[in-house]
Design a protein around this ligand. Sequence first.
Ligand SMILES: [Cu+2]
Length: 216
Amino acid sequence: MNAWFGVKKYLVASGFYVLSQAVAAAQLNATIVDVQGAPLDDAVVALIPAQQPDYNSLPTAIMDQRQNMFVPKVLAIRTNTQVRFPNSDDVRHHVYSFSPAKKFELRLYHGMTAEPVVFDKSGTVVLGCNIHDSMVAYIYVVDTPYFAKSDASGQLHITAPAGDYKLQVYHPRLSGDYPESSLQLSDATPSQQTITLQPLSDSAGDAPTDELSTLF
Ligand SMILES: [Cu+2]
């Protein structure tokens, strides 16, 4: 057998190997806790790449209203995601936000009649209902497809291509902004992170009704 042909075959094979390594998926496993070490649910971690991957099709997200509550209380979405706000209650709700990332309102309605809303700017959007002051929810809009929300045991998992990211963390009870940090994901071993959130307020707070009353 021709030796050079054998080497060429090897080079081609290893070239494919390098290519497949370059796009290999890496994993972040994070545990979100408070200063006492108690697990926190509803925390959102987002990994921001240096360059955002292309938008393919973005699934529509749902922020439901059931028994005078928003469901879920925390929704994480990528920028430009369309969100529907069905009202599954018998009473009408009037959904609004005054957050700089998205100001909008859906006037008194129930069922599926509200037009979907596109969230085109990253940031925190606090939702309220003009009728029910206790209704509050949070939409975290992030410039990345790589994000996840912690479960009841404070755990979350993100799969993303190996590489360098900015790590952002959100939680409704977190006072102020969580300091942005860097994270390098390697495909060799999953990254294990424990993220401690502080200071935390006792409650997530009420919807910004004071701002609303100044509007009407
Ligand atoms: Cu309401």
